[in-house]
Write a new protein. Sequence first.
Length: 68
Amino acid sequence: MTTKDVSRLVVLVCVVICCVSILFKLITGAISLVSGVANFVLGVIIVVALVLIVLWMFHYAKRMGKKK
C-alpha cells in the first residue's frame, strides 16, 4: 500500500466514524425530544385532572350543603 492509499483509508475511516457519531447523536436527540414532549403532555393531563377533581369537589359540597 502506498502512502496515498493509507491516507485515503484513514480519511474514510474518520468520515465513517463521524457519520456514525452524528447519526447516534441525532437518534438520541430525537428520543430525548419525544420523551420531553410525552412528559409535558402527561403533566398537562395531570394538572387538568386535578383541577377537574377540585371543581367537582366544590360542586359536590355545594350540592350537599343545600340538601340540609
